[in-house]
Ligand binder design. Structure first.
Ligand SMILES: [Zn+2]
Ligand SMILES: [Zn+2]
Length: 384
């Protein structure tokens, strides 16, 4: 049995992760990253490699001649439009783009798993290592699922993990049912009429409507984390008029993200927001548009899949923490868990590690073996 605890293997994976970190690519543009992964996967002798899945997605399929369950593990390919603030040797080579969610680390964990499957071939069934594109904008999972090339893949179970700072390194965090929130973003435009800045009464300025909408939409928040109706409302962008001092503005734009524990609550909030924007626009004689974008389904964890995760952690003597409420971020793996039995779990990435999406974040390589071991143990448990 080849072990991931081997120092040479850990160094190999660390170097690979740092290479991915240096050449980050944005959602939908992960061509080079996918190529680097395919090169690495080819060394692991999978039965098949599928490329260009839902964009630049890659799936490596390991098949045993003996019948058994099909298990899919997912990692992500994309980085973020954030300027890296770290000055270490493996800092991002691309200005304004960096891996600030640890997707370089998650992909490396699956490479570690592929290397283990090469040396310890599957005894039965099938394992699919899916490297999914465009997670950060919520498009990738849906695109992979809709891709014709994915139709031949019929997983019995799907699994994914995410590293989470502020928890001890290697702690396995689990939860039944909702694991992440349902998220939707809202883009509103308001259109009135310009006039001379000296005569705003002759135009229709969306300034008051903009204010009223912010107050009303923010008012839908429910901060009670223990409640089913928990709702987070965040204003992410606002714009009114232009820097022309002779003109009373005629245009405004407002963007929010809304997160709820449940899909049901999100649906309710969406309906109220739409009516509110409509009423305020009407009152101020403004034309408006309203679009819901960047939608993430909540991860719906299956009890049996969570049970496998807990057993896998126990078999490795990893600390397990059962979370009481879902994570507040959206994760598009939800599109998989809404369709297949499966679960997402988290691996603590250290109390001292900066938060996800912070400019000084970097994936801590010490947790890579935890991910590889968890996935490998899950295979062993399901194929036992
Ligand atoms: Zn992210
Ligand atoms: Zn992420």
């Amino acid at each position: 049995m080849i072990s991931i605890s081997n120092v040479e293997e850990i160094n190999y994976l660390t170097n690979f992760r740092k290479k991915l970190h240096q050449f980050p690519e944005l959602s939908g543009e992960e061509k080079q990253t996918a190529e680097a992964l395919v090169d690495e996967l080819k060394l692991c002798n999978p039965t098949t490699i599928i490329t260009e899945l839902g964009g630049h997605g890659v799936a490596a399929i390991f098949k045993s001649p003996l019948k058994g369950k099909t298990i899919l593990f997912r990692a992500e390919l994309d980085a973020l439009p954030i300027q890296e603030e770290n000055t270490f040797e493996h800092t991002s080579k691309y200005s304004g783009i960096s891996h600030k969610c640890g997707h370089d680390g998650h992909a490396t964990m699956l490479i570690g798993l592929a290397r283990m499957l090469k040396l310890n071939p599957l005894l039965k069934g099938e394992v699919i290592l899916l490297f999914q594109p465009a997670e950060e904008n919520g498009n990738g999972a849906k695109a992979v699922l809709a891709d014709e090339k994915f139709k031949s893949i019929k997983p019995d179970f799907v699994f994914a993990l995410h590293n989470v700072p502020d928890y001890d390194k290697g702690t396995i965090i689990v939860k039944n049912n909702s694991f992440t929130t349902s998220v939707s973003s809202l883009k509103i435009t308001l259109k009135g009429k310009t006039s001379h800045a000296a005569e705003p009464e002759n135009g229709i300025n969306p300034d008051l409507a903009l204010q009223e909408i912010i107050v009303a939409i923010k008012g839908l928040a429910d901060n009670n984390v223990d409640s089913e109706t928990f709702t987070v409302v965040t204003t992410v962008y606002a714009n009114l008029g232009s820097e022309d001092y002779g003109i009373s503005a005629d245009y405004a734009e407002l963007h929010f993200t809304i997160r709820c524990w449940t899909a049901k609550q999100l649906k309710k909030i969406k309906e109220i927001s739409s009516t509110t924007v409509q009423n305020i626009s009407k009152k101020h004689q403004l034309k408006h548009t309203l679009n819901w974008i960047f939608e993430f389904d909540s991860n719906n964890n299956d009890d049996k899949a969570v049970d496998y995760i807990v057993k896998a952690a126990n078999s490795n003597s990893f600390k397990v923490l059962e979370k009481q409420t879902p994570f507040k971020w959206g994760e598009d793996f939800g599109a998989f868990t809404q369709q297949y039995k499966g679960a997402m779990f988290a691996v603590g990435s250290g109390k001292e590690t900066p938060a996800l999406h912070n400019p000084d974040y970097d994936f801590p390589d010490e947790i890579t073996p935890y991910g590889v071991k968890m996935f490998h143990s899950i295979i062993k448990l399901i194929h036992a």
